[in-house]
Design a protein around this ligand. Structure first.
Ligand SMILES: [Zn+2]
Length: 294
């Protein structure tokens, strides 16, 4: 569980790549930027880890040394409510991601549950729960006990992953933790995440169903986002103010509830915007402190 609010990018910032940085150099470079979280992108992985164990361990060691919180984003090619072959392959992809997460000592494997397809929604949800229980059984046999599986709230109406579904999964399946992607919630709800109360209601719902610790230790994704009637269209940078949601409002709620979330920035500007979010959060903390003193 994170000890304080942490900020970092979803993947290696482009500038680091231009500088010729290796994966193991990333934590130190993030630390120099004042960031303290990193989500490794295993999003195009197949059914086995596509990173050498020694490289994963080197990343883990550097992250520890530089106090950077690690998470892994698992394969996009996961669908836990498709045909049997698809579900079986998806389970192996989750296990591959969790294996690499263990090598790195990462706390959570973030993943997408899948698509309803022609399935009835409640049936699709059941299929996800059953598949995840199997995955957790396998992880236990493999002694992978310290990596949480993190189903993410999804931005499109045909994807499994409303807030309610994510919380229901976490209520039913052990070794899981909700991943709250605020921009996906915003897009799926057609922008109905504006007032501070809208944000509070999400945190309170997590607290009501999974407990205070789960709410305070939320693993989050944040970006500005464009949407259509079907939901998510495209992520946008923090300065594009015509797209929501507003990070300021989330930051207010984080301060108010004394949360210590990990906030992964998914805007196209990754580390640059993660730093902006951190600055916004700190200015809100300061403002609250000043208000409390006067
Ligand atoms: Zn995701």
């Amino acid at each position: 569980m994170a000890d304080h609010p942490r900020f970092g990018p979803a993947g290696i910032p482009p500038l680091f790549k231009i500088l010729g940085a290796e994966l193991a150099d990333v934590p130190k470079l993030l630390r120099e930027e004042g960031l303290d979280a990193f989500e490794y992108q295993a999003v195009r992985w197949g059914q086995t880890p596509q990173l050498k164990r020694e490289d994963a361990e080197a990343l883990g060691a550097e992250a520890k040394k530089n106090d950077v919180w690690l998470s892994v984003h698992g394969s996009y090619y996961v669908n836990l409510c498709g045909k049997r072959e698809v579900v079986d392959a998806s389970k192996r992809r989750l296990i591959a991601g969790a294996t690499a997460a263990k090598w790195m000592n990462a706390s959570i494997l973030v993943f997408h549950l899948g698509f309803y397809g022609r399935m009835e929604k409640s049936y699709a949800f059941r299929s996800c729960v059953d598949a995840l229980k199997d995955v957790i059984e396998t992880l236990k046999r493999m002694s992978i006990k310290n990596v949480q599986l993190g189903p993410e709230t999804m931005g499109r109406v045909f994807q499994v992953g409303t807030l309610d579904e994510i919380l229901a999964i976490c209520e039913e399946v052990e070794q899981t933790q909700p991943v709250i992607d605020w921009s996906h919630l915003y897009a799926r709800q057609q922008g109905r995440l504006r007032r501070i109360n809208d944000f509070r209601m999400v945190v309170e719902e997590v607290e009501r169903r999974l407990g205070t610790e789960a709410a305070r230790n939320m693993h989050c994704h944040f970006s500005r986002i464009e949407y259509t009637p079907k939901g998510e269209r495209r992520h946008h940078v923090l300065d594009e103010k015509r797209y929501g949601p507003e990070f300021e409002t989330l930051a207010e709620v984080i301060a108010e509830f004394r949360m210590r979330p990990v906030i992964i920035c998914e805007t196209p500007l990754l580390d640059v915007d993660a730093r902006k979010m951190r600055v916004i959060f700190q200015s809100i903390l300061k403002k609250r402190e000043n208000a409390a003193e006067s």
